[in-house]
Write a protein of this length. Structure first.
Length: 749
């Protein structure tokens, strides 16, 4: 079987992130070669159980499975299987015990994991509260939040060393005395930037919220009550903070532990960075997802789910993921030991929203929610059957006799299903991410020569062409509006079926998550999207609904809530309230701009420089560093100052004169560089765009449709949680994570 056709965008993502390169950075692997490398490496594990196993035949089966895009393992498996690193897990949970030695052991172990490309989850609930006595020194404890900053800085240091940014999850129990400081620790978007945070909620706390009662704060050391807070007031603090910028999320700890397969090993206190994989300390997540588009078959009346093919795919995928556990080169010996005691795997899905489109079912409908539950029940059943079959052939997981399944037929894996975010691998497979609705149906990509490439969701494209509705004008309008809900010239049935994330009410988002959770061993990663106009009451309603519907947690994001006003561009006043006569006030950033992004090689790696302009000239410069690292804070500071200077009327010539020729040792000592430093690179790109505006592209009178970059009102370009740090495109918030559909960047790896 030939490799399923992948899009040009998928090819670029694979070349940039997955295919092997030599020491000079040259590609030495094809897409087919990558799939065969992965398939052969994972199949070889069968020899551990049967020396006569036909691993070559199994390798061919695995190759067909992934090259057909029916199933895709998580990114580390694609990147590292059969290569020297050999680290195949995306995420890990590490314990943080209450001693200085244990804390910094956890910092060290996290750094090793991040170096290998993995993410980490932590519970900080065992750390003494701020101000508590430290008997060994006679001093006082600084509290969990202060140590989170230590972990955050360690992550930043590993990133600066040239690897991808490590993602972290930080969790604190609701009854920890420092819970209010934790809730507000990310109010400033620039603080603790390498963490997602979630509050660990208990059933007792939720009962106190319902009753509007106080609840106890518990000293982690003595386990005695040391104070009380009003539950409803604390709940509202969580809601207000989440409304402000999407954090913290919440997880329901008692529900995680109700499904703890091996309670003798301790309580589950934390999850991986996207919230979907509850793990015991030192466990890892071994994930892969089935592409539901490939599980459809065409009939006379349209499409239907091919359950026979789905059952075959589930069986082979479970075999694949169980083998991953054996061939994985774990970053710590303790992780290898603990992971193999329970052999947890997480088989999930992607392309659910696309499947609904093919089946003509609205995402926000009872029929859609019903199909979700039916589909996941089938996958769960078949995955458990496959795990039992492997247990007959290979034995149950080592702690089976201590597990909650001990009176049932043996299982090879303590858990079999997880619904994870699939940002990058869904781009490779050309489908929607996880169980998320479609974020946008039309994308406009800008290339350096000013050309615009329009990319349209393939299902919508087929429908529009078949019904004679397709036009370039319509595609541009959909791209601008982000939805087809209000395009009245389109038939009602199309607008009803082709809903996007912001057409769907938060309540319907939550109902869909709950439907999948009912038949998922671990948890479900999903972002409940709110419009910018949503209120705190709307957020509170979703949190309560998630609790009532037995979700294990919930993550929300209110559109635009992470836009930070980093430059004060209003009036500057003296103490007497009068504006000084000589104040220079930068003009506001326009709502719509056009511009270019250029990649420049520096001594620290690639620097992406974006220069935007409107009819009055250049108004904005921003930078982002590639995965090789660099000095992003200095480059960002330079770009911000250049931006405010340009909007204040300072000439490009003056800025160029100040920045050109600045020398950086890491750049000038390398051959073949086109710049002498990052500021020098910024100066040259700004000058190049200024020359382009002057000689090639008179901007007066441009309409919004002809602009190269259609940014929403009041967007702040500097917030890297809104824009891709590698290519500058708009990021999508989905699955508890963020992903760039342009280049494949994912904050969660």
């Amino acid at each position: 079987m030939a490799i399923s056709k992948i899009s040009k965008n998928a090819e670029e993502v694979l070349k940039r992130r997955y295919l092997a390169r030599d020491a000079e950075g040259n590609l030495i692997e094809t897409v087919e070669g990558m799939f065969r490398r992965v398939a052969a490496t994972i199949a070889a594990a069968d020899k551990n159980y049967d020396q006569n196993a036909n691993d070559a035949a199994l390798a061919e089966d695995f190759y067909q499975l992934i090259s057909s895009l029916r199933f895709m393992p998580n990114s580390p498996t694609l990147m590292n299987a059969g290569r020297p690193l050999g680290q195949l897990s995306a995420c890990f949970v590490l314990p943080v015990e209450d001693s200085m030695e244990a804390i910094f052991d956890a910092v060290k172990n996290a750094a090793l994991i991040h170096k290998s490309g993995g993410g980490t989850g932590f519970s900080f609930s065992k750390l003494r509260q701020k101000g508590a006595t430290v008997n060994s020194t006679g001093g006082v404890a600084s509290g969990p939040v202060s140590f989170m900053r230590v972990f955050n800085m360690a992550t930043e240091a590993v990133k600066q060393g040239g690897t991808r940014r490590g993602a972290n999850m930080g969790i604190l129990r609701i009854d920890h005395p420092d819970i209010e400081e934790f809730i507000h620790c990310k109010t400033d978007n620039a603080d603790i930037t390498n963490f997602n945070i979630s509050v660990g909620i208990t059933e007792a706390f939720m009962a106190a919220v319902d009753a509007d009662k106080d609840y106890d704060l518990i000293d982690p050391k003595s386990h005695k009550a040391v104070g009380q807070l009003n539950a409803k007031e604390v709940f509202n603090e969580i809601v207000d903070s989440a409304w402000h910028n999407g954090e913290p999320g919440i997880i329901f700890l008692d529900r995680l532990n109700k499904d703890n397969a091996v309670p003798s090993q301790g309580e589950i206190e934390s999850t991986n960075p996207c919230g979907e994989q509850p793990l015991l300390p030192y466990e890892s997540c071994n994930l892969g997802s089935i592409n539901l588009i490939k599980m459809l078959k065409q009939t006379v009346d349209g499409y239907e789910i091919d359950y026979d093919l789905l059952a075959q795919t589930v069986k082979l995928a479970v075999h694949f993921l169980d083998n991953v556990i054996d061939v994985n080169n774990y970053p710590l010996n303790k992780i290898a030991e603990v992971t193999r005691l329970t052999r947890k795997i997480g088989l999930g899905i992607m392309g659910f929203a696309d499947m609904l489109l093919y089946l003509n079912i609205p995402y926000n409908s009872e029929k859609g929610v019903g199909l979700a539950e039916q589909l996941m029940a089938f996958i769960e059943e078949k995955a458990q059957e496959a795990s039992r079959l492997l247990a007959q052939q290979r034995a149950a997981f080592p702690l089976f006799a201590q597990s909650i399944y001990k009176d049932q037929a043996p299982l090879r894996n303590a858990t079999v299903t997880t619904i994870a975010p699939t940002g990058t691998i869904s781009i490779v497979c050309g489908c929607s991410s996880g169980i998320e609705p479609i974020f946008a149906y039309v994308y406009i990509r800008n290339v350096m020569d000013g050309t615009q490439l329009v990319e349209v969701n393939s299902v919508l494209l087929d429908v529009l062409k078949k019904r004679g509705l397709y036009s370039d004008h319509l595609m541009n309008r959909i791209a601008e509006e982000g939805t087809i809900a209000h395009i009245e010239e389109l038939p009602e049935d199309i607008r009803r079926i082709f809903v996007c994330a912001h057409d769907i009410s938060p309540t319907d988002h939550t109902k869909m998550q709950a439907a999948f959770q009912r038949h998922t061993d671990n948890a479900v990663s999903k972002t409940v999207n709110f419009p910018n106009t949503a209120t705190c009451d709307d957020v509170a309603e979703v949190y309560m609904l998630a609790y009532q519907l037995d979700c294990k947690g919930v993550t929300i994001y209110r559109d635009g809530s992470r836009d930070a006003q980093v430059l004060n561009i209003g009036k500057v006043h003296h103490d007497n309230g009068q504006q000084p006569a000589d104040t220079i006030t930068p003009r506001p950033r326009p709502a719509i701009t056009q511009g270019f992004t250029e990649r420049v090689k520096t001594g620290c790696g690639n620097l992406y420089i974006t220069v935007n302009f409107d009819e009055r000239g250049i108004c904005e410069v921003f930078t982002s560093t590639g995965k090789a690292g660099g000095c992003p804070s200095q480059s960002e500071a330079t770009a911000r100052l250049v931006s405010v200077a340009l909007r204040s009327g300072i000439s490009v010539e003056e800025i160029f004169a100040q920045l050109k020729g600045i020398r950086c040792p890491s750049t000038i000592r390398q051959q073949g560089m086109s710049c002498t430093s990052c500021p020098d690179a910024i100066a040259k790109v700004v000058a190049k765009v200024a020359e382009y505006i002057k000689n090639e592209h008179k901007t007066a009178g441009l309409t919004a449709e002809s602009q190269g970059s259609l940014l929403e009102d009041n967007r702040n370009i500097f917030d890297t949680l809104q824009f891709c740090p590698e290519c500058g495109n708009k990021l999508e918030h989905e699955g508890g994570c963020v992903v760039c559909r342009g280049c494949g960047f994912s904050r969660c790896g």
